[in-house]
Design a protein around this ligand. Structure first.
Ligand code: NDP
Length: 462
């Protein structure tokens, strides 16, 4: 008696996409309590990928989607280090190895006080789809620590990086897992971690990307994410018969991704009027030209100051504790952090008549904000497509390390442009090209999924 009613809903679920999505998300939620960012990332993908998977019986019988949402491995470890005053600190380090069906795990390392398992699982999950979209052989991973680099001296940063790598080194390798930078981890930190890896293993090999040029780095790697975000926008605009030149642009953040995004927008004739950090945003109606941008890069990378100082140095406004989405513009580029565009911001962007958004940060829009923007007619390139340029050039760095060879700046840039154009094409192919407006989110989700899923099926239940 009791088996009959339990079977009926199961059969119904198999045929009804929304029921299948709900069932999948409920299972993931039950297995991952207290991990809202991870659930949000899975939810964003499930909306498009679950209905697609229903059309392929092998994906269902081998539980490809379920396996994708369960990391291959989550390593958590203690990082102990001493500050300049001899005080001992303990942080928690992580590496999430999500999926290596199409290549070694690959993804950045984040140093930020907010880092926890949920945030890194969301990033590693996203990274799996993103890396697949680049067409390069890279699986998905992510790592980091709840360490706050703000206000730390050079030697404290070095000691922390060394302590972090003292455990991480045993879990990574050029054919196993190849980390890179992310929030709070740039060329300086990658250099210190590389030095420690080399010391511990006595091997000089391509185990990290984003390395300095003197020891195996690639030209264009620092610029790649920001440039790629703009190339994605360029491709979307061309598809609409438009161009970047003459457009007013709003950019958030003032770190690696934001600053190189501004550099490329300036080069293409766009006018960027905002930048931000966690204390607020600056509005410069005259535009952040090359000279002002060089000043910002020095402020952020050398003097390690706050964006508010820009308003004092130039004729600009500083809006404390605010985000820049209310500023009138044609194009928007969220390049700071996750969930920085909420529903209120999204409605404002729609009201302001914004044409398109290219997401530089990972998952910068909440799910509701994403829907509001897309339904409001904004073309939206989701982060897993728009910011894939960084990991793509990391993949090219790995190739150059294996070849023991360096490509020129032009060669790397040409490859980056080609990869971003391909990603745009994949999004159009899978993102309802016959509809009035391309659904880039659906396109990126499904295109990124297919390659990984097919590899998982081919490799059996491992
Ligand atoms: P950086 O550390 O260089 O810069 C981060 C910027 O975002 C800083 O301006 C920072 O301000 C700001 N920021 C961080 N947290 C918050 C917050 N909670 N609220 C407001 N602003 C905040 O990092 P990246 O530029 O490398 O990374 C930015 C985003 O791009 C991240 O989402 C990252 O995952 C993503 N990304 C980065 C890639 C890369 O190659 N670096 C590749 C793909 C994606 P403050 O200094 O005040 O903290």
């Amino acid at each position: 008696m009791s088996a009959q009613p339990r079977l009926a809903p199961k059969r119904a679920r198999a045929k009804n996409p929304q029921a299948a999505i709900d069932s999948y998300l409920n299972d993931v939620a039950a297995r991952n309590p207290g991990e809202p960012e991870f659930l949000q990332a899975v939810q964003e993908v499930a909306e498009h990928v679950v209905p697609f998977a229903l059309t392929r019986p092998e994906y269902q019988s081998l539980k490809v989607l379920e396996r994708l949402a369960e990391p291959d491995r989550l390593i958590s470890f203690r990082v102990t280090w001493q500050d300049d005053h001899g005080v001992t600190h303990i942080n928690r380090g992580y590496r999430v190895q999500n999926n290596n069906a199409i290549g070694p795990y690959k993804g950045g390392i984040r140093f930020h006080p907010s880092v926890n398992a949920s945030i890194l699982k969301f990033l590693a999950f996203e990274q799996t789809f993103k890396n697949s979209l680049t067409s390069l052989p890279m699986g998905g991973g992510k790592g980091g620590a709840n360490f706050d680099p703000k206000g730390r001296s050079e030697s404290e940063i070095m000691r922390f990086c060394q302590a972090f790598m003292s455990e991480l080194f045993r879990h990574i390798g050029p054919d196993t897992d190849v980390p890179a930078g992310d929030i709070g981890v740039g060329g300086r930190e990658v250099g210190y971690m590389y030095g420690q890896y080399k010391k511990l293993t006595n091997r000089f090999e391509g185990v990290l990307t984003g390395k300095g040029m003197a020891f195996g780095g690639s030209l264009i790697r620092p610029e790649a994410t920001g440039y790629g975000v703009v190339y994605m926008m360029q491709n979307m605009l061309e598809h609409m018969g438009q161009e970047v030149a003459g457009k007013t642009c709003v950019v958030s953040g003032s770190g690696n991704v934001a600053t190189y995004c501004v550099e490329k927008l300036n080069e293409l004739g766009g006018k960027v009027v905002t930048l931000s950090d966690s204390s607020g945003f600056i509005y410069d109606p005259h535009g952040i030209d090359a000279e002002k941008l060089a000043w910002v890069m020095d402020l952020k990378n050398v003097r390690r100051g706050r964006i508010s100082e820009y308003a004092d140095a130039f004729d600009a406004e500083f809006h404390e504790g605010k985000r820049p989405w209310g500023v009138m513009c044609d194009l928007a580029f969220p390049c700071a952090t996750q969930n920085e565009i909420d529903t209120k911001d999204a409605k404002q962007l729609v009201r302001n008549g914004v044409l398109a958004v290219s997401e530089g940060a990972n998952m910068p829009s909440t799910p509701d904000a994403t829907h509001i923007m897309m339904e409001g007619g904004i073309r939206l390139a989701p982060s897993k497509a728009a910011n894939a340029g960084g990991v793509a050039v990391s993949g090219l760095e790995m190739s150059q390390n294996s070849l023991r060879y360096n490509w020129t700046r032009d060669e790397v840039d040409q490859k980056l442009r080609a990869i971003m154009a391909d990603i745009h094409e994949h999004c159009v192919t899978y993102g309802e090209p016959k509809a009035k407006s391309v659904n880039y989110l659906k396109g990126a989700n499904v295109a990124g999924f297919v390659k990984v899923a097919d590899a998982m099926v081919a490799q059996g239940l491992v």
